[in-house]
Design a protein around this ligand. Structure first.
Ligand SMILES: *Cc1c(COP(=O)(O)O)cnc(C)c1O
Length: 231
C-alpha cells in the first residue's frame, strides 16, 4: 500500500502535467479520516483540507488549532449545509464551497465572527440537472450571484460542481467544459471569480484539462472511506 505522502506526490505531479503552467490548488478531502491521516498529509506539505460533516470537521479544526497553532491550515466545507450547522461552519472554516441558497449564505454572513476575514464562498451548480443533487440551476445562478455580492462578510470566489458519478470521460469533460464557459461568462459580466472547483479522485486530470483551478481529492490520497467509523 502506498503512503499518504507518496499519494500526494503522485497527484501533485499529475496536476502539474495537466495544468500546463496554470496554478491549480489541491484540496485534500479528509472526511471520515482521523487527525493522524491529516497530520501525515501536513508532513507532506499539504495545507488545504476539505470536510463534509460539520460536527466531525469542527473537532478536527479544533484539534489542529490546539496542537499545531502555527501551521497555516485552510479548511473548506464542501458538504450539504443545513441552517442549524451554519454557525459552526462560519466560525471554523475559511471557505464554503457548497452554497446553493441565499438563506444559507445570509446566515453564514451574519454568523461570521468579526475578528475573522470574510468567508470565501463558492456556489455549487447542479450542472447535470440531476433531481437528487444539491446545487443551483444555471438560471438560478443568474439571480443568486448578484445577491451574494450584497453580503459584506462573504467573499464570492467562484463556482463548484459535482458531475454525475457514473458518466463517461466524454460526458464528464462536456460537463466540466460547460462549467468553464459559465465561469468565463460571469467574469465577462464583471464578477471577479478566481476559483473553479471541479474534479475528484476519478476525474481530476480531465477537470484540470477543461479549466479547473481547484480539485478535491479524497480516496486517492487517504484510501477507501469507511463511513461506519467516522473520526
Ligand atoms: C467526498 C468528496 C470528494 C472527494 O471524493 P474522492 O472521490 O474520494 O476523491 C470531493 N468533493 C466532494 C464534494 C465530496 O463530497
Amino acid at each position: 500500500m502506498s503512503s499518504i505522502s507518496d499519494n500526494i506526490a503522485r497527484i501533485r505531479e499529475n496536476i502539474f502535467k495537466a495544468a500546463h503552467g496554470r496554478e491549480v490548488k489541491l484540496l485534500a478531502v479528509s472526511k471520515t479520516f482521523p487527525c493522524g491521516a491529516i497530520a501525515e498529509a501536513i508532513k507532506a506539505g499539504q495545507l488545504c483540507f476539505g470536510e463534509n460533516y460539520a460536527q466531525e470537521a469542527v473537532e478536527k479544526v479544533d484539534f489542529f488549532h490546539l496542537n499545531s497553532p502555527t501551521v497555516p491550515l485552510e479548511w473548506h466545507f464542501i458538504g450539504p449545509l443545513q441552517s442549524n450547522k451554519t454557525r459552526m461552519v462560519a466560525e471554523h472554516f475559511q471557505w464554503v464551497q457548497s452554497v446553493d441558497r441565499f438563506k444559507i449564505a445570509r446566515r453564514l454572513n451574519d454568523q461570521r465572527p468579526l475578528d475573522l476575514p470574510p468567508l470565501n464562498i463558492l456556489v455549487e451548480v447542479n450542472i447535470d440537472e440531476e433531481d437528487s443533487k444539491s446545487g443551483v440551476s444555471v438560471n438560478e445562478l443568474e439571480d443568486l450571484l448578484p445577491e451574494l455580492m450584497t453580503l459584506p462578510r462573504l467573499r464570492l470566489r467562484g463556482l463548484m460542481c459535482i458531475p454525475k458519478a457514473q458518466a463517461s470521460e466524454l460526458a464528464k469533460r462536456k460537463t466540466f467544459a460547460k462549467m468553464k464557459t459559465l465561469f468565463d461568462r460571469f467574469n465577462n459580466q464583471g464578477f471577479k471569480l478566481d476559483t473553479l472547483s471541479m474534479g475528484m479522485s476519478a476525474d481530476y486530470v480531465w477537470a484540470i484539462e477543461e479549466g479547473a483551478t481547484l480539485v478535491r481529492v479524497g480516496s486517492s490520497i487517504f484510501g477507501q472511506r469507511n463511513y461506519s467509523s467516522k473520526i
